[in-house]
Design a protein. Structure first.
Length: 403
């Protein structure tokens, strides 16, 4: 017999753009999502609902419209409307979050967990009943660290800050960089900010062999979306420069999909560098682990036009025992001090990345030093007690106990 909404704790989750319906299908069978190396946040949400004996409502903006409804869960991919210009984008950022909130309200949700990818937070200053507790979960920086804000961006930031101060019952943050921004924009007046760590299963990394420096070719691995902001065309230039310098024993491998993948393939073909600039496209978990196993180092060249806050590939490279070349765009404050496996270079400049690749490839002592430092400070990423799920459960339990 189906329970009434009012008889059981109900938690709603606005999960961003991932395909949570597929993830739920895997989760129902007791399997991890084979498309990810890390444990997905949506799977941890499902686990949290089961742990708390709660009904779960999960909404994603995944373009593939689909849903699964059971006695305990309502899981739905609810695509955003097309956004052909800036006005349409801002309108959808407001209207979509209101659609999600209205659905959560109709479902009788006691808690609404919102990723920043859902839309702007500030409309919820007025659109949520007082009994529903709001918990934003932040996975990216909320403002640029490298460019001045426009007047519109300043207004949006101010309104979002009011939401954090007046409406958020608690805030979840993926990194110190995100936490510092929240505390700065709210003048430390917001509800407590709780740090969580992306969760990885140790078993996936135990099967990865330590890199052997003298094995050729020297494989550099990029993992991420095929978008200009992620630095993929910088990598193309780096590959051209390496070839011009005669370094044909260095190969840059790219794993991931995105809107710029076709253009990148065409450019690589036009320059005739496919042998040392290999685009593998989207990779399943087993394929991804094979590429990691064959790699010597990771590279994360995200540009200053994108606010990262936290980069999974950086963490996965270190967990795999591979040095990581990146910039301050991705290495949040103090991370490079904590983990000596990171090589920091200036952002948006291909020369620094190229020089770091060459030094790793041809200086065995430097490579060994960086490789030996990759595991420092990484244990929390394997610890379920530090995970998004554990932090969420503690927050909800504490709010229910103390109000």
């Amino acid at each position: 017999m189906k329970e009434k909404h009012s008889t059981r704790l109900c938690i709603a989750y606005a999960a961003g753009p991932g395909d949570i319906v597929k993830t739920f299908s895997y989760w129902q069978k007791g399997n991890d999502d084979p498309h990810q190396v890390s444990t997905t946040y949506s799977a941890m949400f499902f686990d949290a609902c089961r742990s708390l004996n709660a009904r779960g409502i999960a909404i994603s903006s995944c373009p593939r419209k689909d849903r699964i409804v059971t006695d305990r869960f309502h899981i739905e991919n609810l695509p955003k409307n097309p956004q052909e210009n800036a006005i349409a984008f801002h309108k959808e950022q407001v209207s979509y979050v209101l659609r999600v909130a209205d659905f959560a309200k109709k479902q009788g949700a006691d808690f609404l967990i919102l990723s920043e990818a859902t839309g702007y937070f500030f409309p919820l200053l007025w659109a949520i009943p007082s009994r529903m507790k709001l918990i934003p979960t932040l996975h990216c920086n909320l403002k640029s660290r490298f460019r001045p804000l426009s007047a519109a961006q300043k207004l949006i930031q101010f309104m979002n800050a009011m939401f954090f101060i007046r409406k958020a019952s608690a805030i979840m943050s993926v990194s110190p960089s995100v936490t510092e921004q929240i505390e700065g924009m709210t003048y430390a007046m917001a509800s407590p900010v709780h740090r969580f760590y992306q969760l990885y299963r140790r078993k996936y990394f135990e099967c990865i062999n330590p890199p052997i420096h003298h094995n050729k070719p020297f494989n550099i691995l990029f993992v991420g979306r095929m978008e200009t902001d992620k630095g993929i065309f910088d990598l193309l230039q780096i590959a051209r420069d390496l070839r011009e310098k005669g370094h044909t024993d260095i190969v840059i491998n790219l794993c991931g999909g995105g809107s710029e993948e076709t253009g990148l393939r065409m450019a690589a073909s036009a320059y005739g560098i496919e042998e040392t600039f290999r685009i593998h496209g989207f990779c399943r978990q087993d394929e991804m682990l094979e590429h990691i196993n064959n790699s010597h180092a990771f590279i994360v060249p995200t540009r200053t036009t994108f606010e990262e806050g936290y980069n999974k590939a950086l963490v996965e490279g270190l967990l795999s025992g591979r040095p990581v070349i990146t910039s301050i765009v991705c290495a949040y404050p103090h991370l490079e001090e904590l983990n000596s496996g990171i090589i920091l270079v200036p952002p948006d400049e291909t020369e620094g990345y190229r020089q770091a690749i060459e030094r790793l490839a041809y200086d065995s002592a430097f490579y060994a030093e960086k490789q030996n430092g990759t595991q420092r400070g990484m244990e929390p990423f394997f610890d379920p007690a530090c995970s998004w799920q554990a932090v969420l459960e503690r927050i909800i339990t504490n709010i229910r106990k103390h109000g």
